[in-house]
Design a protein around this ligand. Structure first.
Ligand SMILES: Cc1ncc(C[n+]2csc(CCOP(=O)(O)OP(=O)(O)O)c2C)c(N)n1
Ligand code: SF4
Ligand SMILES: [Mg+2]
Length: 305
């Protein structure tokens, strides 16, 4: 493809590997919007691209690390948080951005994601939730909505979808945001905010896979799915529909619900009124510093046994 057909603004061009374009992504896929938002966030946060590392897993989403001109590593399916943890430990000054699909993050990589959150390692994890395994042709993912048709659920899924926000909260993330590719300005700001967090910041982006998921569910065009993100949230992401509802848990005091519970869990700045969810736990500290201190001390003492 000639350069003449690759129309990218000068600012974006500084952060992208234009020689690798066009991307393998389908026309109209939300992944381009998400990559653009990440690049904008890095730019407006004033970061040098050489101080940023993007780690991705496998999937359509995983391809993103090939197109951004940061330090990049395209790892194995589900293991991006583990690679990212090692990178942050070895290079604490790097800003580490981990990019995963919903299947990558919550199916095969669920274990790695939970423990990276639990350890509060300083990274921004962007999870692209398109409700499906896109790259491999449309199998159900952990976020396929009830009733959503996939190649492994031809009569519609009847499994309860995972709620990444609930996982982030209970595992102890420092920051969580749920945004959509339908609201591009707030998506970029959400990622920019995540880059300022000291600790594990998780950004779920509800995206459109119209070519695979959309075609199987009566939304064959990108615009169909993007419109559906506002109108028919049940088919795209039921958790968006529940954005105004608060959590509940059984504790020693009995059943606790709502804002009090969130406060006890350390969640502040909770905002569920807008087009998504965003919250932050203040006073969070990136624990990779503490792990490093221990490793440095072990080295001084003659290494590990
Ligand atoms: C260990 C392993 N198991 C399975 C696969 C096959 N595989 C590649 S991508 C993928 C799922 C991708 O779905 P998702 O993470 O949601 O990303 P998307 O393509 O939707 O962006 C699977 C199962 C693999 N590459 N490696
Ligand atoms: S298959 Fe779906 S997720 Fe993958 S590039 Fe195409 S539209 Fe995007
Ligand atoms: Mg997916």
């Amino acid at each position: 493809m000639s350069n003449a057909t690759v129309q990218i603004s000068l600012t974006l061009r500084d952060y992208l590997r234009v020689d690798r374009m066009p991307t393998t992504w389908c026309s109209g896929c939300g992944l381009g919007i998400i990559m653009n938002a990440i690049v904008q966030a890095v730019h407006y946060r004033g970061l040098d691209k050489n101080d940023v590392t993007m780690v991705s897993g496998i999937g359509c989403t995983g391809r993103m690390s090939g197109y951004v001109d940061f330090n990049t590593i395209h790892t194995t399916h589900g293991r991006a948080p583990a690679f990212a943890t090692g990178i942050k430990m070895a290079n604490p000054s790097q800003t580490v951005i981990t990019v995963m699909g919903d299947g990558d993050a919550m199916s095969i990589g669920g274990n790695h994601l939970v423990h990276a959150i639990r350890r509060n390692i300083g990274m921004v994890a962007v999870v692209v939730n398109n409700n499906v395994y896109g790259l491999t042709g449309g199998q159900s993912s952990p976020t396929t909505p009830v009733g959503g048709v996939s190649t492994t659920a031809s009569i519609g899924s009847f499994e309860r979808p995972m709620d990444l926000e609930a996982l982030a909260r209970t595992a102890g993330a420092a920051y969580f945001a749920r945004a959509t590719v339908n609201h591009t300005a707030s998506l970029a700001k959400t990622v920019e905010k995540a880059l300022a967090i000291d600790g594990f910041a998780l950004v779920e982006v509800v995206s459109n896979c119209h070519v695979i998921y959309g075609r199987m569910n009566g939304m064959p065009e990108a615009t169909d799915m993007i419109a559906a993100m506002d109108k028919d949230t049940v088919r795209t992401n039921p958790t968006l529909l529940r954005r105004a509802s608060l959590s509940h848990a059984v504790t020693a005091e009995g059943l606790e619900t709502g804002a009090d519970l969130l406060r006890k869990e350390g969640v502040t700045k909770d905002d569920r009124q807008g087009r998504g969810v965003i919250w932050e736990k203040t006073g969070s500290v990136d624990l990779s510093h503490r792990y490093r201190q221990k490793f440095d001390k072990d080295d001084e003492d003659g290494g590990w046994m």
